[in-house]
Write a protein that binds this ligand. Structure first.
Ligand code: ZN
Ligand code: ZN
Length: 365
């Protein structure tokens, strides 16, 4: 079997190692993809630091675009029913839900399917088929993977620039609901915050206020149509930021506040930014960032509706690709890709993400 290269997380908090593995033989229904571009997600930094319990060694990378190299027997259509051929440019969801369990079949919460394992997170690479993450020359797609052919008028940069953040935001906003002409606050101007801003604007929000730092991120928010930005390095106290939001919402607070920060200290502040009877979505806490002192009285007193949202479903990927294709001028996700690295410099790609230097770092193997 020919060998191919991958950048491998072998030990937490140590540099990724360039390794070679044999290319796997294809099972029926599987596919082998030649990686064109792999996005670095903030979650990869948490994984590298060992903040989520995963088995090592792992090939990181759960936002990937590639070209079909081989198709297994019986695989000839993508998730949309479009014909699939060798050479097609594709992306895929990082997880596969079973469709049969309590959460999939009965409660219609497939993102909570206990049988889900994520590419780039949940598969060890020291056993075949090895190539189950984005930071590699090839990617193996298991039978049952949700594969999406990318239309020719949609760039790889747009798909990776949006990454898992956009599908996460689409699901979160869907669960929360934004009414036409709502005033929306987005806490955080990282990839999830920028995506939440784009989804809120397209959902009909009258005004979107984005809080975050550093200023290049807020400039990006303005390019994506933020009506107001508040730099948390300049407006330093929660009291001042809450007052600023109220000033921009007739003194009442926002109809909907979307948390895209991932730090527990943002929660009480964000809830205080809601108007009474408003909605609060906690979207940014993918990792367990610890606890805070919290007074639940605020939820009762303000009659808040509080939502959570985990990951996304294949239908959100379908919607994201269509949204990216039809809104590329209004929401230039391709410009999120600011730093490109070859496979043997994957460590630098992780570092620029960890230090918030890049909007989006990518690996081009
Ligand atoms: Zn991610
Ligand atoms: Zn299931």
């Amino acid at each position: 079997m020919p060998l191919a290269r991958a950048s491998v997380l072998e030990n937490f908090k140590t540099p990724l190692a360039l390794r070679e593995f044999p290319l796997p033989a294809l099972e029926p229904g599987a596919a082998l993809v030649r990686t064109e571009m792999a996005g670095i997600c903030g979650t990869d930094v948490h994984l590298w630091k060992g903040e989520l319990k995963i088995g090592l060694p792992v090939i990181l990378g759960h936002e990937t675009v590639g070209k079909i190299e081989q198709l297994g027997e019986g695989l000839n259509r993508d998730w949309n029913g479009e014909p699939l051929s060798v050479g097609d440019r594709v992306t895929w969801t990082s997880t596969i839900s079973c469709g049969k369990c309590f959460y999939c079949a009965e409660k219609k919460q497939p993102t909570r399917c206990p049988h889900r394992r994520a590419y780039g997170i949940g598969y060890r690479c020291d056993e075949a088929p090895h190539f189950m993450g984005g930071y590699a020359e090839f990617h193996y797609l298991r039978p049952g993977s949700n594969i999406f052919k990318i239309p020719s008028d949609l760039s790889t940069e747009s798909v990776i620039g949006a990454g898992c953040a956009l599908i996460t935001a689409i699901h979160g906003v869907e669960r929360t609901g934004i009414d036409w002409q709502d005033i929306v606050v987005v806490q955080g101007a990282g990839p999830v915050g920028i995506s939440a801003l784009a989804v809120a604007k397209s959902a009909g929000a009258a005004k979107v206020i984005v809080l975050g730092a550093p200023s290049p991120r807020l400039e990006m928010a303005k390019r994506f149509g933020a009506d107001h930005v508040i730099n948390i390095d300049e407006v330093k106290t929660p009291e001042a930021r809450i007052a600023a939001v109220k000033d921009l919402s007739r003194g009442y607070g926002a109809d909907v506040v979307l948390e895209c920060v991932g730090h527990p200290s943002a929660i009480t502040e964000g809830m205080e930014m809601c108007r009474d009877g408003g909605k609060y979505l906690i979207l940014g806490h993918y990792c367990d960032a610890g606890t805070i002192e919290f007074n639940p009285h605020i939820i009762t007193r303000k009659q808040l509706q509080v939502f959570g949202s985990w990951s996304s479903e294949p239908r959100h990927m379908r919607a994201a690709l269509e949204f990216l294709r039809t809104h590329k001028n209004q929401f230039p996700f391709n410009t999120m890709v600011t730093h490109r690295f070859p496979l043997d410099r994957a460590n630098e790609a992780l570092e620029t993400t960890a230090k918030w230097i890049s909007a989006k770092s990518v690996i081009i193997p």
